[in-house]
Design a protein around this ligand. Structure first.
Ligand SMILES: CC(C)[C@H](C(=O)O)[C@@H](O)C(=O)O
Ligand code: SF4
Length: 482
């Protein structure tokens, strides 16, 4: 393990968590520092423990929150939908029985699991994080090794605090240059996925690096790592630096005093060594990037917003061509249509990709003092109850309401519509979330993935728009790059 071979960030975190090295092709056994739990993927895992009469090995390293099935209105009332109510009640019962900390609806720390971990300072550089949720990759923004697991693995971690795993391959994604005003972290990751494809990251942990990544806030880095899974990757990571340390410091679970100094000392050793070898490398030029939007039904089907809907006939690969044809049909789009001519029925500002305070600020900055387009429904859903409160202290709720949009309570909401927040069949939505699959936001609903600032401009104009399309475009320096 401790040979002097230059190692990548991912290899260092892996090595530091090795309980037992696998032999003859068997997996390594990895120690898990933080296990996040939500209502959708945990019930059978707890049932399994119960059946075996096993306790949770480390309740102190396990934390649960309610997010997928929670309503975003009238949260003090009984949950109307039977399935949602059962899921939530089951989690509450399990948390109580197994002694796990749970942040329930109405609690200030309730919210989307991937917003809650970082906000509490539970997510830290160099740790291993798992959750029965694919977007666990979000936490890699801190230089943690964070990945989604299935329900049987959830049970294994609950029981043992370890996980058998084969090492991942490593891919460096280097993004150099400076983003233009109005171009954000979301556009970087949409462009990366369009480039490598939804299977391009399969088997890899992606390490995002380069000057454009270094200059991003933690929120921006989380947006990027969040969507690593949409490129098929197991995880995404960014090496910790001063931006990371500043974000973590002072949070409820962050180390303090001498422990903090020691932690930072260690965290500084984590970035990939000079000369470390990656299994694959990808480069992206940040200067050339424009606001991005998806036109299809997977996150890799995206182009610059100033482009037109692509023509499947121009796609050489027959599988991709067929997929594009089907996507255009589902999306009710015609090849050659300028994307900026595409009218939307709804705008969703939320999800674990873009619902942190900085995302809300970026959105509010643009809509402030303006009115939404007629006939467009605009929903703003903070990622956690704490983000909601923080936003309200800054007056963002007022800006949202005066704009004509709905200010909701925290949760996954219309990202996947496991609660009443859904599109009607045929409705088209500009969404700051991470998946545009058929029916993702409601049966028959059509999703265009965008950044918060594109969502805001689209809500104002009623057609897919970037902030620079606004007639009274404000000084671009004002645009926050979230
Ligand atoms: C419900 C859960 C298993 C799922 C995931 O793992 O990603 C959800 O969060 C999603 O975004 O589709
Ligand atoms: S916000 Fe969306 S992507 Fe994130 S955990 Fe919830 S459902 Fe999954």
């Amino acid at each position: 393990m401790n040979d002097s071979r230059p190692r990548t960030l991912a290899e260092k975190v892996w090595d530091a968590h090795l309980v037992k090295k696998g032999e003859d092709g068997t997996p390594d056994l990895i120690y898990i520092d933080l296990h996040l739990v939500h209502e959708v993927t945990s019930p059978q895992a707890f049932d399994g423990l119960r059946a075996e009469g096993r306790p949770v090995r480390r309740p102190d390293l396990t934390i649960a929150t309610e997010d997928h099935n929670t309503p975003t209105l009238n949260i003090d009332q009984r949950i109307a939908d039977d399935t949602s109510r059962t899921q939530i009640e089951t989690l509450r019962r399990n948390a109580k029985e197994f002694g796990i900390r749970l942040h329930s609806l109405g609690d200030v720390e309730q919210g989307i699991v991937h917003v809650v971990g970082p906000q509490l300072g539970l997510t830290m550089p160099g740790i291993t994080v798992v959750c029965g949720d694919s977007h666990t990759s979000t936490h890699g923004a801190f230089g943690a090794m964070a990945f989604g697991i299935g329900t049987s693995e959830v049970e294994h971690v609950l029981a043992t605090q370890t996980l058998p795993l084969k090492p991942f391959k490593t891919m460096a994604i280097t993004v150099e240059g400076t983003l233009k005003p109005g171009v954000t972290a979301k556009d970087i990751i949409l462009a990366v996925i369009a480039k490598i494809g939804t299977g391009g990251g399969q088997g890899y942990v992606l390490e995002y690096r380069g000057s454009a990544i270094r200059s991003l806030s933690m929120e921006g880095r989380m947006t990027i790592c969040n969507m690593s899974i949409e490129a098929g990757a197991r995880a995404g990571m960014v090496a910790p630096d001063q931006t990371t340390f500043d974000y973590v410091q002072g949070r409820p679970h962050a180390p303090q005093g001498a422990d903090w100094d020691a932690a930072v000392e260690y965290w500084k050793t984590l970035p990939s060594d000079e000369g470390a070898v990656y299994d694959a490398e990808v480069f992206l030029d940040a200067d050339a990037l424009e606001p991005f939007v998806t036109w299809g039904t997977n996150p890799g089907q995206g182009v610059s917003l100033s482009d037109t809907v692509p023509n499947p006939a121009d796609i050489a690969d027959p599988n991709q061509r067929a997929a594009a044809e089907r996507a255009l049909e589902y999306m009710d789009l015609e090849a050659g249509t300028p994307l900026k001519d595409v009218r939307v029925d709804a705008v969703f500002m939320g999800s674990c990709t873009n619902s942190r305070i900085e995302d809300l600020r970026a959105f509010a900055e643009i809509i402030k003092g303006r009115k939404k387009a007629d006939g467009v429904r605009v929903m703003v859903v903070p990622g956690s109850a704490r983000v909601r409160i923080e936003a309200e202290m800054e007056g963002i709720d007022k800006i949202v309401e005066e704009f004509g949009a709905e200010w909701r309570f925290a949760g996954c909401s219309m990202c996947l519509g496991m609660n009443p927040d859904q599109l009607a069949p045929g409705e088209r939505c500009a969404s700051t979330s991470n998946r545009n699959f058929e029916g993702r936001q409601g049966k028959g609903g059509r999703t265009h993935l965008v950044s918060p600032v594109v969502a805001a401009a689209t809500a104002i104009r009623g057609t897919l728009s970037s902030p620079s399309d606004l007639e009274d475009a404000r000084d671009s320096a004002e645009l926050v790059g979230a």
